[in-house]
Design a protein. Structure first.
Length: 284
């Protein structure tokens, strides 16, 4: 049983939405499509009783959508804008799997009907994907994975491997929690917790609860015959966490640390934690 399951926390794959879309993210993505495209419908004539698509400002968009994405006859597009939206709604919230939703969004980007507003549409999508901790972003007008399977596996392994190092688990879980808080993410303190997890492990491996990671690195290298280049990279990572925006010591300035920075540090630190645990196994 995984750490998250034992202690009631969400699995990493639910926190970082990889190969999945939860209801909150799905609703927000639909809202962006609706506000940016559907609600900007203008009829071909105000005299018409039915808000028809044919001849409207969304005529080409829906024709392209049905022809290129749905692979359906364009002469079978529902007559009214309301009926067409209902048709797409049933697919989006009913039939479609997570990857089909992203396929639809890519098609909406490709055939976006208001070219001078496309950048704003993409910005809204990316803000939503980031705030809901999706593993994907719109890059070069395509949905692109920014969190790999290996990165998620590294975090999961570290949470599982630190069963006997409770303090390390607490730091890593707090780093994940701060990074993934959808209401008030705290990326700077997430980085602090990530590097503190490595420091907590070093303290236990060296049996010294007062040593800092900077001083622990050469001792770990000597005691366990660890690769000097890898330990130097850990030292540089520690230096980054000490210098960047005053992460470890606080800063009066507003932080420029982003989700990408926090995720990188969490993955890097879990890699080092997994490495140190494996290399020192049976040597204490």
């Amino acid at each position: 049983m995984r750490f998250s399951e034992r202690y009631g926390y969400k699995p990493v794959r639910e926190i970082i939405q990889k190969e999945s879309i939860n209801n909150e993210l799905k609703n927000r993505l639909w809202n962006i499509i609706s506000i940016s495209i559907f609600e900007k419908y203008q009829p071909p004539s105000r005299a018409l009783r039915v808000q028809v698509i044919k001849g409207s400002n969304l005529d080409f968009f829906f024709s392209a959508l049905f022809h290129s994405f749905f692979k359906k006859r364009v002469d079978q597009i529902p007559l009214s804008i309301q009926s067409t939206i209902e048709h797409i709604d049933k697919l989006f919230f009913g039939k479609y799997k997570w990857f089909e939703i992203y396929d639809l969004i890519e098609t909406c980007i490709e055939y976006f009907p208001f070219q001078n507003e496309k950048d704003s549409f993409i910005l809204l999508l990316n803000d939503c994907l980031q705030s809901e901790n999706s593993a994907y972003r719109v890059i070069n007008q395509q949905i692109t994975e920014i969190t790999s399977e290996q990165e998620i596996q590294s975090i999961e392994d570290a949470l599982e491997n630190t069963d006997q190092y409770s303090g390390v688990q607490q730091h890593l879980n707090q780093a994940l929690k701060l990074m993934s808080d959808r209401q008030n993410p705290d990326y700077r303190n997430s980085i602090k917790e990530s590097i503190s997890g490595v420091e907590a492990l070093a303290m236990q491996l060296l049996e010294d609860n007062s040593i800092t990671l900077g001083k622990a690195i050469p001792k770990l290298r000597s005691k366990y015959n660890l690769h000097p280049t890898l330990m130097e990279s850990l030292n540089k990572l520690y230096g980054y966490s000490s210098d960047e925006d005053g992460v470890r010591h606080g800063s009066p300035n507003s932080s420029t640390v982003t989700y990408i920075d926090a995720k990188f540090m969490l993955v890097a630190c879990t890699n080092f934690i997994n490495y140190l645990i494996e290399k020192t196994k049976g040597q204490n």
